[in-house]
Write a new protein. Structure first.
Length: 397
């Protein structure tokens, strides 16, 4: 049993005072000032445990995040809601109405939606560690232009993806073009009545005619979902066409009769992304979750997102306003996080990433990066690495 729970015990021993008890262990809680060892850790099978803080009533997800344990190690009990809808994913996806997942270009919002849908289709473990009770029917709607992409993403999703049906839907008179809302709302409703899925996944932008406000399509979709009592996860990735800042998009989607829940995909910590709830109707907003989305592997969920939805929206808006500068800052942080790097290597990486020298220079000033001359030439490092490591891009280097 000890070997099966090696990862959990290793994390607990980092805080000390671990001792066996019936069905598990007692340890110090990392969230509050715990000197007695009041964290009850119960073995739940398959190397996973349940966490129960007896001394400080700490949230199990906060405890798991502090211990750096992910959903593969921790079983999370569904939250208790005094009021609210039924759930496909408690706290995140209600079993009726539209859940919008907003993301900037390249943030894998569709990948996240399909991963969540696959877990619901299988009746397996949800991203935050909650255990789903039963398998549900899931239908992925695709236009002729994005059906192939939807199929490819499902092929590299986790278990349960093979249970999701991809339906290529045509609209207009005689089915001559892709489905569009609100003009094809009746056709969409007829399709869903025939298939009767518990959950529908779709790319909202592909359902919008050119220059049609996305809000009109979202409102029509919400009306259909409400009439049928069906859950819908609608993905909306920002582009020049959408144009809005993240905060504006979330506020628009949160209007009455539109989305029941709105989540945002943003940059997380340590190179990860995060799914952050920014609006829910009539119930408590849950905490964000960090994840990695490798190109040819399933999404890997990790710890809680350590910041609130307000800060997540602000960061997303900054990235939207000046994406090139943000990319340059991210590049510098990534290259210099492990220590000083030769200036020529940094500049070569910037050129390979398509960043202009002026953009990199501006990012250097924002980060406070400084340069130092060594026996082997100029090197760059972040300011906290000290003068011996160096630090900023220097004109002409």
């Amino acid at each position: 049993m000890v070997q099966e729970y090696g990862a959990v015990l290793s994390a607990l021993r980092g805080w000390g005072n671990v001792r066996p008890t019936e069905g598990g262990w007692l340890a110090r809680c990392p969230v509050h000032d715990d000197r007695q060892g009041s964290l009850l850790v119960l073995a739940a099978g398959d190397g996973r445990v349940e966490l129960d803080c007896l001394g400080g009533d700490c949230d199990p997800q906060d405890v798991a995040a502090a211990l750096r344990l992910g959903p593969e190690n921790v079983v999370v009990a569904p939250p208790a809601f005094e009021d609210g809808p039924g759930w496909l994913w408690p706290g995140y996806v209600p079993e009726a109405g539209v859940t919008v997942i907003d993301g900037e270009d390249g943030t894998s919002a569709l990948v996240v939606a399909l991963d969540v849908a696959a877990r619901i289709a299988q009746g397996g473990t949800l991203p935050d560690g909650q255990q789903h009770q039963q398998a549900r029917g899931v239908l992925a709607l695709a236009s002729p232009q994005n059906a192939q992409r939807m199929t490819e993403l499902l092929a590299v999703s986790g278990p349960g993806a093979d249970r999701i049906e991809v339906a290529e839907v045509l609209g207009g008179r005689g089915g001559q073009r892709g489905l569009r809302l609100p003009s094809d709302a009746d056709r969409l409703e007829q399709l869903l009545r025939e298939r009767a899925p518990d959950l529908v996944v779709l790319d909202l932008m592909s359902l919008c005619p050119y220059r049609m406000p996305v809000g009109r399509a979202l409102r029509a979709l919400a009306d259909v979902a409400a009439r049928l009592g069906t859950a819908v996860i609608a993905v909306r990735e920002a582009s020049k066409r959408s144009g809005w800042m993240a905060a504006h998009r979330a506020q628009e989607a949160a209007r009455p009769s539109m989305a029941a829940a709105v989540h945002l995909v943003v940059a997380g910590a340590d190179g990860a992304l995060a799914l952050v709830p920014v609006h829910t109707s009539h119930w408590t907003v849950m905490g964000g979750l960090q994840f990695q989305a490798p190109g040819h592997r399933p999404v890997v969920w990790s710890s809680r997102f350590p910041h609130g939805s307000g800060q997540a929206l602000a960061w997303a808006d900054v990235r939207r306003r000046r994406p090139a500068s943000t990319n340059a800052r991210d590049l510098l942080c990534s290259l210099l996080s492990a220590g000083p790097v030769p200036t020529r290597d940094v500049l070569a990486a910037a050129v390979a990433a398509g960043l202009a020298p002026r953009t990199v220079q501006r990012a250097r000033q924002q980060l406070g990066v400084v340069a130092s001359k060594t026996a082997r030439g100029w090197v760059l490092s972040l300011p906290e690495q000290g003068p011996s490591g160096g630090g900023a891009l220097v004109e002409g280097q």
